[in-house]
Design a protein around this ligand. Structure first.
Ligand SMILES: Cc1cc2nc3c(=O)[nH]c(=O)nc-3n(C[C@H](O)[C@H](O)[C@H](O)COP(=O)(O)O)c2cc1C
Length: 170
């Protein structure tokens, strides 16, 4: 596992989330039990002079509550783990222990208490520095409102300072 900058794998990570099968958003409960949900959207950039990873999570997700811990890991498989991504994107950690069910391997995080997924290619360890709730009147594009929010459950934006980035292939 090799430390890299958050920007190094930028293009391949965006390709994976946009055209691939997504990435894992890993969190943990107070007892340290991990959960992984699939995300299709991920923003990486500089905010407040810091490297930031932003994820959008609907309040209905089990992950949403777990993010109150203030920490998360984004684990990106790069063309692998399609089956695991499909499972973590359709089943809730409320009902099933996804790590046990999928026999997901984990390794301790270095900067957060959330584990890394060593079978992924890239991992971002993040500390939540800000969150913002989307409001209907804040969505200015009618098409987006109709397509994504007909049933409400508007996403919360979680901005995580990237504390460490890893290339797990080496
Ligand atoms: C490809 C894909 C991308 C997804 N992206 C998101 C996302 O960005 N935000 C979100 O809230 N849910 C997203 N989901 C849905 C969640 O992964 C799904 O509801 C999951 O079961 C939630 O798990 P949890 O209840 O354990 O948190 C996505 C699902 C798939 C299959």
């Amino acid at each position: 596992m090799r430390p890299i900058t958050p920007w190094e794998p930028f293009a391949e990570v965006q390709e994976q989330v946009l055209h691939g099968e997504g990435a894992f958003l890993v969190t943990a409960d107070a007892a340290g039990r991990p959960n992984a949900m699939t995300i299709g959207w991920l923003q990486l950039g500089t905010v407040w002079g810091r490297p930031v990873a932003q994820v959008l999570v609907r309040p209905s997700r089990y992950t949403h509550g777990l993010l109150a811990s203030g920490e998360f890991v984004v684990a990106v498989p790069l063309g692998r783990m399609g089956e695991e991504l499909a499972f973590c994107g359709s089943r809730s950690g409320r009902d099933v222990d996804k790590f046990r069910e999928l026999r997901l391997r984990s390794a301790p995080g270095t900067a957060v208490r959330v584990p890394l997924l060593p079978d992924c290619a890239i991992a971002y360890e993040c500390r939540v520095v800000a969150r913002a709730e989307l409001r209907p009147e804040g969505i200015l594009d009618e098409g987006i409102r109709a397509k994504y929010y007909a049933r409400g459950d508007l996403h919360t934006l979680f901005l995580g300072e990237v504390l460490a980035t890893w290339d797990l292939r080496e």
